[in-house]
Design a binder for this molecule. Structure first.
Ligand SMILES: Cc1ncc(COP(=O)(O)O)c(C=O)c1O
Length: 138
């Protein structure tokens, strides 16, 4: 069976009539960086995610960098990650001067927690903290 990686055309057809007026409004007013529309999006996302605040950013890469910065990751830290994620995951860690530590994944491609336990026992608590809190932030 051929399973497409994404189904953007199908998703676009389903949401086209709802999205086109919003795109038209953003382009017509030039209000796509901050402003009323973005504030409303952040408010609705916060409501949906049942959290107090949501900050939308320009990219996934910047959200990873900002998330790690918010957790206090600096150049003296290790951050455990997986080698099968998009390069931005590792790039964000390196951007902050921290050291990426790769651990293996399970057959389902998700991080193998047993490998985390075997890594850096003296720094494990810190690494755990970043992983678990980063997962919440993402
Ligand atoms: C898992 C993951 N993280 C981060 C990114 C980076 O997102 P962006 O291209 O918006 O910076 C991507 C992009 O494909 C991604 O797949």
């Amino acid at each position: 069976m051929d399973v497409p990686y994404t189904a953007l055309p199908a998703q676009w057809q389903a949401e086209r009539s709802e999205l086109l007026p919003l795109i038209d409004q953003a382009m017509s007013t030039g209000s796509f960086i901050g402003g009323e529309t973005v504030t409303e999006l952040e408010r609705r996302l916060a409501h949906k995610c049942e959290c107090k605040y949501v900050v939308t950013l320009n990219s996934g890469t910047d959200s990873l960098i900002l998330g790690l910065q918010a957790l206090g990751v600096t150049n003296s830290d290790e951050v455990i990650t997986v080698p099968n994620s998009f390069i931005a995951s590792t790039a964000a860690i390196v951007k902050l001067g921290a050291c990426p530590i790769f651990v293996d994944v399970n057959d389902d491609m998700n991080i193998n927690h047993n490998h985390i336990r075997r890594r850096s026992p003296e720094r494990r608590r810190q690494s755990w903290r970043y992983i678990s809190r980063a997962a919440c932030a993402i």
